[in-house]
Design a binder for this molecule. Structure first.
Ligand code: F6R
Length: 369
């Protein structure tokens, strides 16, 4: 049941801190090492992996796009991410040393299932990241890492997405751990940060009233654009997908670096543009680039909605609306940056009178092509 919330989606958004914590539970030991014995692929085989290919659809695909940054950074193994519906009809180059990761909340998505069969036929090992115990995708995979989001009822995926991210980080860090990369210290630090992240998600949820107010004020708009860089780019794609499916608005996510290659032509007076800003610490080049992107679109009239870390003062002069998120390591930022976008889409949909849990034309699990 909805537990006092008007919609399942609101309940599931609120459940995210617990979903994240549950997905981490028992998978990190007291020394900060990852214990993923449940992934029944022998460590010797994981050490030999020379390529990771992630297949998924929709929101799960966005989790995969974020995973690529983490996997390549922490393991130095090349990683590709592909829509399952494209992958299954190509001749992908795979072998016995390729690890294919199939991400699916329901475990029943037809295209993802067909993609994993396609991969296994070519001798690759398949690891499923799945939220539904005993569903078809994990049954047909070599190994499974379950997300522990609990049942997700609303059609639009929220808590499953955050737990898919957690599972992807665990896999990336585990691969890094078994292979012993140069990033040992960083991996240990990130594991500590992950253990704290559910509290940070909780803090974001506590500060969402201004986001709801903003969403209501934009209910009459036709278009919202989303920009991001690095892991903020898939977050932008996810924000746009949520808005399309729930608010039935034209919404698009772009890599901010692509602005000048076309999308900037869309900017006009008072067009809402949500910008996901990377942390000013660490890879600060990314931060500087996006600050100039915000200046550029604002100079052309955009109404900027800036999602930025606490303490990031540089963005303040260019933000028409500022949404603060807690300080996190760059690669983990999507866990906190996605939450305001979910709340934004849910509230905008409600303000437009849409049925939030059952958007038109959509089904919770797509078991046909
Ligand atoms: C969007 C959404 C869909 C699913 C996609 C994959 O909010 O829910 O895009 O993410 O249909 O579904 P699963 O993860 O069940 O394979």
């Amino acid at each position: 049941e909805k537990g006092g919330y008007d919609y399942f989606m609101l309940k599931e958004i609120a459940e995210q801190p617990k979903a994240v914590a549950d997905t981490l539970l028992g998978r990190i030991d007291v020394s900060g090492a990852l214990t993923l014995d449940e992934v029944r692929i022998p460590v010797a085989e994981l050490r030999e992996v020379d390529k990771v290919v992630i297949v998924a659809c929709g929101t799960a695909f966005h989790a995969g796009l974020i995973a690529k940054y983490a996997i390549e950074h922490w393991t130095r193994i090349p990683c590709e991410v592909e829509l399952a519906s494209e992958f299954r009809y190509r001749d992908p180059i795979l072998g016995a040393r390729s690890l294919v990761i199939a991400i699916s909340q329901s475990g029943e998505t037809m295209d993802t299932l067909m993609a994993l069969r396609h991969a296994r036929e070519q001798g690759s090992k398949v690891l499923a990241i799945c939220n539904t115990n005993g569903s078809t995708i994990p049954r047909e995979s070599d190994a499974v890492l379950y997300t522990h989001a609990g049942p997700e009822v609303a059609v639009a995926s929220t808590k499953a997405f955050l737990t898919q991210l957690v599972a992807c980080y665990l896999v990336a860090l585990y691969l890094g751990q078994v292979r012993g990369t140069q990033w040992g210290d960083e991996i240990r630090a990130v594991v500590r940060d992950l253990a704290r992240i559910s509290g940070e998600v909780e803090r974001v949820l506590e500060t969402m009233e201004p986001v709801r107010e903003l969403a209501r004020s934009l209910a009459g708009k036709d278009t919202v654009l989303f920009l991001g860089r690095h892991v903020g780019y898939p977050v932008a794609l996810e924000g746009a997908l949520k808005l399309k499916e729930l608010a039935y608005m034209h919404a698009e996510g772009f890599a901010a670096g692509e602005l000048k290659h076309g999308p900037i032509a869309l900017i006009e007076e008072d067009l809402p543009v949500v910008v996901v800003v990377p942390s000013p610490r660490g890879r600060s080049v990314l931060h500087d680039k996006i600050v100039s992107n915000i200046q550029e679109i604002r100079a052309r009239g955009a109404r900027t909605i800036v999602i930025a870390e606490e303490g990031d003062e540089e963005v303040v002069p260019y933000a028409d609306h500022l949404v603060r998120i807690p300080v996190t390591p760059t690669l983990l930022q999507p866990l906190v940056a996605t939450v305001p976008l979910q709340v934004f889409a849910c509230e905008l949909a409600t303000a437009r009178g849409n049925e939030v849990d059952q958007p038109r034309n959509l089904a919770k699990s797509v078991t046909v092509e």
